[in-house]
Design a protein around this ligand. Sequence first.
Ligand SMILES: [Zn+2]
Length: 334
Amino acid sequence: MIGKYKKQELFIGESSQKRLQESHAVILGVGALGSSTAEMLTRAGVKKLTIIDRDYVEWSNLQRQQLYTEEDAALKLPKAIAAKRRLEQVNSDVQIDCRVEDITGKNIEEMIKGASIIIDGMDNFETRLIINDAAVKLNIPYIFGACVGSYGLTYPVIPGESPCLHCIIEQLPAQTETCDSAGIISPIVQLVAAFQAAYALRVLSGKAVEPILVSYDIWSMQKAEIHADKLKDPHCPACSQRLFSYLDTGNQTKTDILCGRDAIQIRPGVSQSFDLDALAKSIQHVVEHMIVNPYLLACEFEKHRVVLFKDGRAIIHGTDERSRARAIYSRLVG
Ligand SMILES: [Zn+2]
């Protein structure tokens, strides 16, 4: 075991390595991004890593979600459990805590309390705004990351220093596609995860982090940077007014079990209006038996009958598990 971190320590310095080995990182979502950052931080030797995910391993994950094996997919293991098993083999010095749970405005503060850093491995924006609110409220650095297709972006939220995710939201592209509708290639995952892990190593070893929003397309080799230091919104409900509306469970997406129908209704917390024709176009090659009319879009996705209404509401048939229904909704709608 001696010398495990020798090369890293040579680069970041002895005191930074010590600091890193006292840190606690929380990874929210261990899909593609979360798998990669979890492995890097485990190898780097943080003291404790908490991983939280609501979903289970599927065959279509294995192309890019590096912690998982064919056995995990065959057993349909929850990702948090499979990830913990693998990470414990990678570095037994690190305490790996895992939770198979949906992240909501109600439980997020308890999940991240006492953490040195939070890493984003989510697949939808509503949860990211919940995380942003909690990170700002509890003063914990939060490293945003997202990718779809061959495109990805990262941004470090350092409460009290950099503008928060809510401040820069207008700089982010509108989420119209998901990995399930547009697909994804693994190099962009590794690139975004590498930026997130580098930000994390800087924060955990006590070094300053510049608030730069970086986006890149690894297929066309295009890159853009926005220095966010002047983008702090003086009226931001999160970091300026400290209202933290996403932690208010009244604004959360709600799920209702439709008794006797083996179905779950999802109602988004923020009212929205879907462009059903655009949505139909983006998901047409991953769903079957699609019907679109002026009021709703109905289709079949992974053996579930899904009905999406113009106001953002959805009914997911064939399950009575709330987290499964929310996962399907996020994969189709974002
Ligand atoms: Zn803000």
